[in-house]
Design a protein around this ligand. Sequence first.
Ligand SMILES: [Zn+2]
Length: 174
Amino acid sequence: MDTLLPADQALARHALTASANAYAQYSGFAVGAAARMRNGAIHLGANLENASYGVAMCAEVSAITAANTSGSLDLEAIAVVGHRFTPPIVADQVVTPCGRCRQLIFEASQISGVDIRVISCSADLEQIDVSPISILLPSAFGPRAIGLDQDWIGMRATLAERVRVLQAQLVQKD
Ligand SMILES: [Zn+2]
């Protein structure tokens, strides 16, 4: 923990805090994630399970979705903390993003242009692994591979304008 940048230490603590909001009644395993944007904003996520087990969503999905919903995928770092909170309690194991989440983080890295730092932590924050997503997901497939890593900012502006037009039409109907 002490070797981490202060901002990354804070991000790890945010991820631990977010794990308190996990909906994890099937696994008893709570995961929290905290994504930091290049502008310093932090978005939290927690795992969300379901009686139909395969529908469960990871904490990282939740945090990245929250970031995107705020208007940008401009991530620079994401911290992940996981712990088993029902017996046998486990808090000393480093939890890393699953394969699907690595793919989501990689997509964001090609949109943000930042090799996103992934801070994988044990819940006691004694064990922390810091790796760029390019190491966690080598030879990854992403938007750059299909020539679409530069288009989204312009498309997002187009989308925003389209929504403004639809909203203006609603006002005219009122
Ligand atoms: Zn995952």
